[in-house]
Design a protein. Structure first.
Length: 250
């Protein structure tokens, strides 16, 4: 690599470092504020399981510092969720130098819709998937065995589920901008539908805990989101054609 090639590469690394630092600072600020409400936030997090557990049953912790670290993790996760608009903004500003001027104006729609879809994915996981999944697993309790979920195990399971659905719900945004910059087309997306359905189950197997219930409950929404993404890609292509026609008239 020549010196001329190294300079742009190093400048990109510097830009990435700056963006990451800003995102980390935002997360740290929101996490610090959230720690003061960690107990209340933890109660909200365990509510889907608590509603299903038999009356009188509680989560357990086997290591003395376990609850302290659980509160820290809850505060951190809350900080990430609260800072997600800033994270998406910094992500956009990092990739925007490689876009055309007309494409850079989409920063605020990208930040707004990315944040909304991420929150919608987390909400879907919290209100729909978690209660159904927990009800299924708790159902294995009987007169011989009793479910005694620990704080650590529950936290790990719940956070993986919520973030997996939050990330999965970003699919329409990704498809929109891929169509916008011409990498994919609605026709191509339709032709590759069967491969996309297969990939949804692969992605669901990677992102969710290793049980068929969670995987199917993620794959289903992903397939629906893929179809929504195809419709949105039509919109992106039409906008691109209109912009090209305006430029040709000039």
């Amino acid at each position: 690599m020549t010196t001329e090639q190294q300079q742009p590469f190093l400048s990109h690394l510097e830009e990435l470092r700056t963006r990451l630092i800003r995102a980390v600072i935002a997360i740290a600020i929101f996490s610090g504020a959230a720690y003061f409400f960690a107990e209340e936030l933890f109660k909200i997090l365990v509510a889907p399981l608590k509603q299903i557990m038999p009356e009188g049953d509680r989560l357990i912790f086997t290591n003395l510092p376990e609850m302290f670290f659980a509160y820290i993790k809850v505060a951190f996760i809350t900080g990430v969720l609260a800072a997600s608009p800033i994270i998406f903004y910094e992500l956009w500003m990092f990739v925007s130098p490689g876009l055309y001027q007309k494409e850079k104006k989409h920063v605020f729609p990208f930040v707004i819709f990315s944040s909304i879809l991420f929150a919608a994915g987390v909400a879907f996981g919290y209100f729909v998937v978690c209660p159904l999944g927990f009800n299924f697993f708790i159902g294995f309790s009987n007169e011989y065995v009793q479910a005694l979920p620990s704080v650590k195990q529950y936290f790990s399971f719940a956070i993986k589920m919520l973030f997996a659905f939050g990330i999965a719900f970003e699919l329409p945004i990704v498809m929109f901008f891929l169509a916008k910059i011409g990498i994919v087309t609605p026709i191509l997306l339709k032709e590759k539908r069967k491969y996309a359905i297969l990939m949804t189950f692969v992605i669901a197997a990677i992102l969710t805990p290793p049980d068929i219930i969670s995987q199917c409950m993620m794959a289903g929404p992903l397939i629906i989101l893929y179809e929504v993404g195809i419709m949105i890609s039509h919109l992106a292509r039409n906008q691109k054609k209109e912009e090209n026609n305006k430029e040709d008239k000039r």
